[in-house]
Design a binder for this molecule. Structure first.
Ligand SMILES: Nc1ncnc2c1ncn2[C@@H]1O[C@H](COP(=O)(O)OP(=O)(O)O)[C@@H](O)[C@H]1O
Ligand SMILES: [Mg+2]
Length: 292
């Protein structure tokens, strides 16, 4: 838990919740704050199985998974490749688009390159290619705001994604052991699902199951399962989707290590099918293995 990314503080919350849950199920758990000495810490603690609960760079992008593979320590969560792939929204969406999964129209702007003119209109969404927790995401309402939004995104990554703004409702679908969970609807009380709305108590209302047409819910579950299979994240992941109005649902991203507190979205969806948080953690732990 912890780690070196912008999402360090969120990871502590998730990590502590997971370790407490696993302890309650009788496992011998040691909490490790992941830093550059992680290899020494893993050896000093004689870790036999790892459960990375790290969000963002170094933890959700294949780095820690690569270290664990190299040290021969079985681990839960995404493989090196699935983590690296899904951390990169451009590569993920290209793979999904190429396999018939609906995704927003978008274009990539690289640092130092002239920004291409989007073939779609405002509102647009500008975001760093490899971030999370809505860091660096800007909703652009006027074309005159686009350049500044791109610049802000480029402070966090060397590429930014400019996307068409897809209408809500905002939805997220957990996939656990290959099967889609009930759709969760995300309804920020004010504005959009930015960092504040994600982590401030009471700033967002959640509905499980989502208050949407059952056909739309099944369609979202289907595209979530396809997205999980294509990216190799069938053990568990959470697929963020905009409901899309008449244009139909579109996938925004695949999260391989989503929030894991008792009140986070994946645990919320799992609770809706009668599986409590400690059991979810134990099930995920039992999928731990080496992948190469
Ligand atoms: N194309 C889009 N259309 C509408 N809203 C979007 C779009 N892309 C992102 N958003 C909004 O920004 C939030 C964060 O974007 P997302 O792609 O999920 O990145 P992350 O959660 O990794 O920061 C989403 O939950 C959604 O509210
Ligand atoms: Mg998201």
């Amino acid at each position: 838990m912890g780690g070196l990314s912008t999402e360090r503080s969120i990871s502590f919350k998730s990590g502590k919740a997971v370790s407490e849950a696993l302890r309650s199920r009788g496992f011998d758990v040691v909490d490790i704050d992941v830093g550059y000495d992680i290899d020494q810490q893993l050896r000093a603690e004689a870790v036999t199985v790892a459960f990375p609960v790290l969000h963002g760079k170094w933890g959700e992008d294949g780095c820690i998974q690569g270290l664990l593979e190299s040290m021969g320590i079985p681990y839960a969560g995404p493989s090196v490749f699935s983590a690296a792939l899904t951390m990169d929204k451009v590569c993920t969406l290209a793979l999904l688009r190429g396999n018939g999964v609906p995704v927003p129209e978008g274009l990539v702007v690289s640092a130092g390159q002239p920004a291409p003119t989007p073939g779609f209109d405002v509102p647009m969404v500008v975001k760093p290619v490899r971030e999370g927790s809505s860091y660096g995401v800007t909703i652009v309402h006027e074309l005159s705001e686009l350049a500044a939004a791109i610049e802000a995104g480029l402070e966090l990554d060397d590429r930014v994604l400019v996307e068409e703004c897809v209408p809500g409702p905002e939805l997220t679908v957990g996939v656990l052991q290959g099967k889609a969970l009930p759709v969760v609807e995300i309804a920020p009380v004010d504005g959009w699902f930015d960092f504040e709305a994600k982590y401030t108590k009471g700033a967002t209302e959640y509905h499980v199951p989502a208050r949407i047409d059952p056909d739309l819910a099944s369609r979202c579950q289907e595209i979530a399962m396809t997205s999980a299979a294509l990216t190799g994240c069938t053990d568990s992941c959470r697929v963020d989707i905009m409901g899309g109005g008449i244009g139909g649902p579109k996938v925004l991203e695949v999260n391989t290590i989503p929030g894991m507190t008792g009140t986070s979205l994946l645990p919320m969806a799992v609770a809706a099918v009668g599986v409590d948080f400690p059991e979810l953690c134990e099930r995920l732990l039992r999928t731990a293995r080496l992948r190469n």
